[in-house]
Design a protein around this ligand. Structure first.
Ligand SMILES: *Cc1c(COP(=O)(O)O)cnc(C)c1O
Length: 375
């Protein structure tokens, strides 16, 4: 794989800076997840993880459809020819609600106020309710249920909400997205089983014709080691005959399908610390700064040096890999040991395909964007 990437990178003009997305990895990842999930599971790729048109197009084909959370993502999903679309998010506008309904998307409704707005728009539809459950059976980086959040309807308020569903709207399922970056496959399987059990019980109590249990996304990626989450426990989940289990993976499908590569523009040691200064940084790849971890890289040596001035080289040194922004927070990696690094070499960051470019503050300092290469 690295050969493939290196060849593509060498073709770029210097200073080199690029995102590379590999559609074969997207397909493999989807196939692995599909093989691990029980019958009657539907996979909808969560577009917010990576909205690159080639990524969306590939996953619209490989998955059963797409999960979107804005009018912009809805437009991308329609353009990609998604067979099914689910539309969620706590702050949908009237325009978005109308556009999603026109597109035939299934809505995850997040508040009683949103129900009344739908009714006022004259929308008649089968819908799911997003619930913020009382307990949270999962651990991960962003817990969204069992705790105060803007997402969904508090489980305690559900009886009142269900007693007052406006005319024309019919609740057929629950949306229970709970966590991000869970690395424990057995815990995720327990979460899915619990989501199905809770939904079945709740539907029975309130006489709801339950068809859908949407357990959202949250399957994780170990950024430091790259060790994959063990998906085998997912096959132990039983989805009853009359139900559909929807999963909305984002990170799991795209993280490993993307690399961020950036050229070392300068090397310097100040106050005892060595910095590799990059043609790029957190305005392209914000995830390490946003989450406060150090993202490991590999060095791609570039042997040509066409310049009249000497090439800077360091040996056997820990380096901080920092970006081109004028802020000390523009750090991708802290203290990674390199055996040999020169100006003009590239640092390659794997696992950059999810929440990489898409969550970054591209216009801060107005540097050139990276090149985007789809393999
Ligand atoms: C972000 C999000 C996802 C995707 O989460 P991942 O952790 O990337 O799998 C799925 N569903 C909803 C509602 C989300 O907000």
């Amino acid at each position: 794989m690295t050969d493939h990437l290196t060849t593509a990178l060498r073709r770029l003009p210097t200073p080199r800076c690029a995102y590379l997305y590999d559609t074969t990895t997207l397909r493999t990842r989807t196939a692995q997840l599909r093989a691990a999930t029980p019958p009657r599971t539907t996979l909808l790729y969560a577009v917010k993880a990576n909205g690159h048109p080639d990524v969306i197009h590939t996953l619209a084909t490989e998955c059963d459809g797409l999960e979107v959370a804005s009018g912009g993502e809805l437009t991308l999903a329609i353009q990609a020819g998604a067979r099914r679309i689910v539309f969620g998010g706590p702050a949908k506008t009237d325009t978005e609600l109308a556009a999603a309904t026109t597109a035939g998307a299934l809505l995850n409704v997040e508040s009683p106020h949103e129900l009344r707005r739908l009714a006022a728009l004259g929308i008649t539809a089968d819908i799911c309710l997003r619930i913020n459950r009382t307990g949270t059976p999962l651990t991960g980086s962003h817990t969204m249920t069992g705790t105060p959040t803007p997402f969904g309807i508090d489980e305690n308020q559900l009886p009142h909400v269900l007693a007052d569903i406006p005319e024309g709207l019919r609740v057929i399922g629950f949306h229970l997205h709970a966590v991000s970056n869970n690395l424990d496959g057995a815990a995720h399987a327990r979460f899915l089983t619990d989501a199905i059990d809770w939904s079945t019980r709740t539907a029975h109590t309130h006489d709801i014709p339950l068809r859908i249990v949407n357990a959202g996304g949250g399957l994780g990626i170990d950024y430091l080691t790259g060790n994959p989450i063990d998906l085998t426990p997912l096959s132990t989940v039983t989805v009853p005959d009359h139900l559909e289990l929807i999963l909305e993976p984002g990170r799991y499908l795209t993280a490993d399908a993307g690399w961020y590569a950036t050229e070392v523009l300068d090397l310097k040691t100040t106050h005892g610390r060595t910095f590799a200064i990059l043609r790029g940084g957190t305005h392209h790849f914000r995830l390490p700064a946003a989450w406060g971890y150090s993202h490991p890289f590999t060095v791609i040596p570039i042997d040509d040096w066409p310049h009249p001035y000497p090439r800077l080289t360091i040996y056997d040194t820990p380096v901080d890999a920092v970006g081109e922004l004028c802020t000390p927070r523009d750090v991708l990696t802290r203290n990674q040991h390199v055996t040999h690094l020169r100006t003009g070499d590239l640092l390659l960051y794997p696992r950059a395909g999810a929440y990489g470019w898409d969550i970054s503050h591209h216009d801060f300092l107005r540097h050139e964007p990276p090149t985007f290469i789809t393999l």
